[in-house]
Design a protein around this ligand. Structure first.
Ligand code: HEC
Ligand code: HEC
Length: 280
C-alpha cells in the first residue's frame, strides 16, 4: 500500500515538474517571440567628409565594438552556461541586406526588421541619440568592408529564461519603453552637451544614471567625491579618485572614454555635478 502511494506521489511530482518546465519554457518563449511594431525610421546614413570619422568616434564612445567586435564582424561576447550564450551579430553583413531604417530601428528601438525583440542589445542607451548621430554611426557601419561569418542567434539558458519571466532580464524594446519615463534630467542649454555625452554611461549606470544593481554600478552622484582633475584621470586611465584600479569601469574607460577631448570631459563633469547637486 505504502509503495503504491509513494509511486503515485513520485509520478505526481514528475508530472508537476514537466508541466512546470513546459509552462516556464513556453512562458519565456512568449516573452522573446512577442511581435513589435516595425515603424519606419526616416534616418539616413550621413554623407560628407567627416561622417565616417565622426561615426567611428561615436561607435567607440557607445561601445559598439565591445560586443560586435573591433571590425563589427560579430562575436560571442558572453558565454555563461545556464544563463546565456550571447552572440552580437556581424553588422558588416547585416548592412548588406538591411536598409538604413532597419539598422536605425535595431539601434534605437531594439527591434529587428521582422518585429522580433532584440535581446541584450542596449538600445535603451541609444534610444535618444539624435538623427544626426545615428546617421554618422550608419555611415561608419557602411564604410567597413563586409567580411567574417554570419553569427548564430543568442541562446538563452534556463536561468536567463527565468529572468525573462520574473522581469529581471528584459528584452531591448521593453527596456526602451521602461526608460521613456526616466529621461536624463535636463538642466537647460548650458548643460546640454554634457547631458548628450552622459548617454554613454546609461548602458551600465541605468536610464537615469541612478545605478544598476544587476551590473554593480553606483549612482553617478558619486562624482561629487571627484574633483574635475580626478574625473578626467578616471576617464583617461581608469584610476579612481583614490588611485585604485576598478573592475569593469577601468577597462571601459580605457576602451571607450580616453578618446574624449578635455572640453567633452569638462562638459560631462559639469552635467554630472549639476545632477548630483540637484539630487541633494
Ligand atoms: C552589450 C553588447 C552590445 C553593445 C554595446 C551593442 N550591441 Fe548591437 N547587438 C548586441 C546583440 C547581442 C545583438 C543581437 C540581439 C538579438 O538578435 O536578439 C545586437 C543587435 C544589433 C543590431 C540589430 C541586428 C539585427 O539582427 O537586426 C544592430 C543594428 C546593432 N546591434 C547595432 C549596434 C550599434 C551601432 C552599437 C553601438 C552604438 C551596438 N549595437 C552596441 C549587443 C550589443
Ligand atoms: C560597460 C559598463 C559601464 C559604462 C558604459 C560606464 N560605467 Fe562607470 N562603472 C561601471 C562599473 C561596473 C562601476 C563599478 C566599479 C567597477 O566594478 O568597475 C562603475 C563605476 C563608476 C564610477 C565610480 C568609481 C569609484 O570611485 O568607485 C564613476 C565615477 C563612473 N563609473 C563614471 C562613469 C561615467 C562618467 C560613464 C560614462 C561616460 C560610465 N561610468 C560608464 C561600469 C560602466
Amino acid at each position: 500500500m505504502a509503495i503504491k502511494w509513494l509511486t503515485r506521489i513520485a509520478l505526481g511530482l514528475i508530472a508537476l515538474s514537466v508541466v512546470g518546465y513546459l509552462a516556464f519554457y513556453f512562458g519565456s518563449q512568449l516573452v522573446m517571440d512577442k511581435k513589435w511594431p516595425v515603424r519606419p525610421d526616416p534616418v539616413r546614413a550621413a554623407e560628407g567628409p567627416n561622417a565616417v570619422t565622426q561615426g567611428a568616434r561615436l561607435a567607440r564612445l557607445y561601445g559598439c565594438q565591445d560586443c560586435h567586435g573591433t571590425e563589427l564582424r560579430g562575436r560571442l561576447y558572453v558565454d555563461e552556461p545556464g544563463i546565456a550564450s550571447l552572440w552580437a551579430p556581424n553588422l558588416t553583413l547585416k548592412a548588406q541586406t538591411y536598409s538604413d531604417a532597419d539598422l536605425a530601428r535595431g539601434i534605437r528601438a531594439g527591434i529587428d526588421p521582422k518585429g522580433r525583440a532584440l535581446i541584450t542589445m542596449p538600445s535603451v542607451a541609444y534610444s535618444r541619440l539624435s538623427d544626426a548621430e545615428i546617421g554618422e554611426i550608419l555611415a561608419y557601419i557602411r564604410s567597413l568592408r563586409p567580411g567574417g561569418e554570419v553569427r548564430p542567434l543568442s541562446n538563452v539558458g534556463w536561468i536567463g529564461r527565468l529572468g525573462l519571466i520574473t522581469d529581471d532580464y528584459r528584452t531591448a524594446p521593453v527596456e526602451v519603453a521602461n526608460a521613456r519615463d526616466h529621461p536624463l534630467p535636463d538642466f537647460g542649454p548650458r548643460f546640454a552637451a554634457g547631458r548628450g555625452l552622459a548617454r554613454a554611461c546609461v548602458e551600465c549606470h541605468g536610464a537615469d544614471l541612478s545605478g544598476d544593481r544587476g551590473v554593480g554600478t553606483p549612482n553617478l552622484n558619486v562624482v561629487k567625491d571627484y574633483t574635475e582633475a580626478q574625473f578626467e584621470k578616471l576617464l583617461l586611465t581608469g584610476r579612481s579618485n583614490t588611485g585604485h584600479e576598478l573592475d569593469l569601469m577601468s577597462a571601459t574607460a580605457r576602451r571607450r572614454f580616453n578618446g574624449l577631448s578635455s572640453a567633452d570631459m569638462a562638459a560631462l563633469y559639469g552635467y554630472l555635478r549639476q545632477r548630483a547637486k540637484t539630487a541633494e
